[in-house]
Design a binder for this molecule. Structure first.
Ligand code: CAA
Length: 312
């Protein structure tokens, strides 16, 4: 792991913002991929101003197009009005760099699930932020305490783990780092409530709660395939119809992204030092092939044709 210059560490004095419950109005979002665009969608729809940033403007433009398509689906099914759609879109703006996040009350990091990448982002971001701004990370597995230590404000740092697809899933997991102040937690929980989501609080252990339970199930499904117990279709049918899961585990793995699934299994395997979390070699092979699921049009299913076809 790179040494982070200027990191403040986790043992800090109580901050002057200890009792600060000033409302959150403007949110910066770093990363406009699957999770970042869903988070931007929900937050803009709830009436907040959103500033979206990513490595290129092209990525953000694509994300805004996708948000528009998903908002349009919600208009079509009567969940929101056409006016809501227009208002939400008008609240999302693009920032070329972190300077554009300087007046944000909260920044949500939704970049790649890679600790080095996330730590570099925090080191680069902090000098531009207001002192009272809260930083939230949407990490699905990495230690909040360790990520907080890469910032200048571990007391105003928190884990807010949204679920995919964000506009549909009702839950946000909340995770405190060791230094997270109560006021940060209270503000973040109030904010999540205004998005119409329910919170579940997890201690800061590898992969928290949802992924601690969900990912070993997915990994086991891949082992079931690897050992020839069942085909892709048989395994997914079994779990859809036999356990009433909305998606089969392999279909869900493709939906989450096989690279993300693998990195969460690696965090569990290394973080809990238990062989029961060993990533299935077949999952590793798919990732090495660049077959990452829906986003690359191939994973346990091939999405290039009219309907998804199992690849094994
Ligand atoms: N934005 C807005 N609306 C969306 C949407 C999106 N991105 N995706 C789906 N919807 C809406 C559809 O428009 C549809 O709305 P109506 O019922 O009003 O018509 C509704 O959701 C259902 O969608 P579909 O009819 O297309 O398909 P479906 O019934 O198969 O449901 C699903 C799709 C909601 C994704 C469902 O299959 C499901 O719940 N799957 C499991 C998802 C899951 O487990 N997510 C957690 C992943 S783990 C995670 O996120 C944590 C992590 O860190 C890895």
């Amino acid at each position: 792991m790179d040494e982070i210059v200027g990191a403040k560490g986790i043992l800090t004095e109580p901050s002057p913002q200890e009792n600060d419950m000033t409302p959150i109005r403007k949110i910066g979002i770093i990363g406009s991929g699957q999770m970042g665009n869903g988070i931007a969608h929900v937050i803009a729809l709830a009436g907040y101003d959103v500033v979206l940033t990513d490595l290129t403007k092209e990525k953000v433009d694509k994300a805004i197009e996708l948000i528009d398509r998903n908002l349009t689906r919600q208009v079509a099914s009567g969940k929101i009005t056409e006016e809501d759609r227009k208002q939400a879109l008008s609240r999302i703006t693009y920032a070329e760099n972190y300077q554009g996040l300087s007046d944000a009350d909260m920044v949500i990091e939704a970049a790649t699930e890679d600790e080095t990448v996330k730590r570099k982002i925090f080191v680069a971001l902090c000098p531009f932020l207001k002192p009272e701004a809260i930083i939230a990370t949407n990490t699905s597995s990495i230690s909040i305490t360790r990520l907080a230590a890469a910032t200048d404000r571990p007391e105003r740092f928190i884990g807010l783990h949204f679920m995919n697809p964000v506009p549909v899933m009702e839950l946000v997991e909340m995770i405190r780092g060791i230094a997270t102040e109560d006021v940060t937690f209270a503000k973040a929980r109030e904010f999540v409530g205004t998005l119409g989501k329910t919170t579940a609080v997890s201690e800061d252990f590898p992969a928290f709660m949802v992924n601690r339970i969900l990912l070993p199930m997915i990994n086991e499904a891949v082992y079931t395939l690897y050992e020839g117990v069942g085909s892709v279709d048989a395994i997914d049918t079994a779990m859809r119809l036999g356990a009433h899961h909305p998606m089969g585990p392999l279909q869900l793995a493709d939906f989450i992204g096989l690279d993300t699934c693998l990195s969460i299994m690696q965090v569990l395997y290394e973080g809990l030092a238990d062989s029961k979390y060993r990533p299935c070699p077949l999952l590793v092979k798919y990732v090495e092939a660049g077959w990452l699921g829906r986003k690359t049009k191939r994973g346990f299913y091939d999405y290039r044709g009219e309907k998804p076809m199992p690849t094994r």
